[in-house]
Design a protein around this ligand. Structure first.
Ligand SMILES: Cc1cc2nc3c(=O)[nH]c(=O)nc-3n(C[C@H](O)[C@H](O)[C@H](O)COP(=O)(O)O)c2cc1C
Length: 336
């Protein structure tokens, strides 16, 4: 994919989320938006380089534009991992400097790297030299007692000088002691204004904002306010059609709206193929539970799938049966 096309896609991206944005989830999201940039779950550089876990790079050709997020802090290892990612066909390599989990801290990955901008810069430079695709960073505004007003601009200046051309800022601190990863996504307060000020300080740096954005209206407002991109995580996972089905028209000005129903139809052959390769239905349908969120029949859809998809032999007919719950309560059906 051309370099600029990936940057254009970053106007709206779906966040990397461990255990959530796997390849099945990304396939579903791609049925809803042709243009949004999709991120993988974090893949650690040691898993690829030392563990040889190449299956972690598997993805479907339709997922593009798709970015690989790496975790790590060793420039040599990250360089190698970035190369493997680019060879596997990813359109961008992103370094995780925002994830606060203990496991990740002990490996010196993620948010703890906000304390060591010099090392992050080394990592970025090493990856930048290894690949032709964009190298980007996802970070927080700071950690623990750090003062984001000083730490964040210093951090950004270092990574830009090292060749990072795009950054996504989760607009809250990570508190590395005492909060679970989940609490660290909600409790430290959001500071959108600080991210806006970074755009003023770094006008040539493509900055995406992340954290707490729950609607496409909010995303549009952020773009109108001057930010280059918006990254959405949990809202896109829990209500994928609400976030993505109008995104191509409203965010990218290109393309018709899609629908949850059309996405389901596109998922059926994908499900068939997965099952015939020995996969299980719930591995895909667990990501589809929120497709009809807020619509009549959503509860029946969700219940039918969550109760039935783990049963032995469950297949696409369960998805069709779940869809009946939505159709049965659709306004035109009620009127008949
Ligand atoms: C289940 C889950 C897993 C996550 N895993 C990652 C990850 O692997 N890498 C990362 O940079 N952020 C990860 N995050 C954080 C999200 O990318 C995002 O920054 C955060 O959820 C805030 O955005 P939101 O309010 O739009 O959800 C994860 C979030 C969730 C909910």
């Amino acid at each position: 994919m051309p370099y600029n096309a990936v940057t254009a896609a970053a106007r709206l991206s779906i966040a990397p989320m461990m255990d959530w944005t796997d390849r099945h989830c990304r396939f579903l999201h791609r049925q809803l938006s042709r243009h949004a940039l999709l991120y993988t779950e974090m893949v650690t550089a040691p898993a690829l380089v030392r563990g040889g876990a190449m299956h972690l790079l598997d993805h479907h050709p339709c997922e593009h534009p798709v970015a690989l997020q790496l975790g790590g802090s060793d420039p040599v290892e990250l360089r190698h991992a970035a190369l493997l990612g680019a060879q596997a066909g990813y359109d961008e390599i992103n370094l995780n400097c925002g994830c606060p989990s203990d496991r990740v801290q002990s490996g010196t990955f993620g948010a703890v790297l906000m304390r060591d901008g010099a090392r992050v810069a080394e990592c970025v430079a090493a990856m930048r030299n290894a690949v032709d695709v964009p190298v980007t960073v996802k970070c927080r505004i700071g950690v623990d007692e750090q003062d984001p007003e000083t730490v964040l601009p210093e951090f950004l200046a270092r990574i830009v000088a090292a060749g990072c051309e795009r950054v996504t800022i989760h607009a809250r601190k990570a508190w590395l002691q005492g909060l679970s990863p989940k609490e660290n996504r909600d409790i430290p307060p959001l500071d959108y204004d600080l991210v806006m000020r970074m755009k003023g300080l770094f006008p040539n740096l493509h900055i995406s904002i992340n954290g707490g954005i729950e609607t496409l209206d909010q995303a549009e407002a952020m773009l109108e306010a001057g930010l280059d991109g918006v990254m959405i995580g949990r809202a896109a996972y829990h209500q994928p059609a609400d976030i993505l089905s109008q995104a191509d028209r409203r965010i990218f000005g290109a393309g018709p709206d899609t629908s949850a129903e059309a996405a389901v139809a596109a998922m059926l052959p994908y499900i068939e193929a997965h099952l015939s390769n020995g996969g299980r239905l719930h591995q895909i349908t667990r990501h589809m539970l929120g497709l009809f969120a807020g619509r009549p029949g959503a509860r029946g859809w969700r219940r039918t799938l969550s109760e039935g998809a783990t049963q032995p032999g469950a297949g696409p007919e369960l998805v069709e049966a779940a869809l009946e719950c939505v159709h049965a309560l659709a306004p035109q059906a009620k009127a008949v």
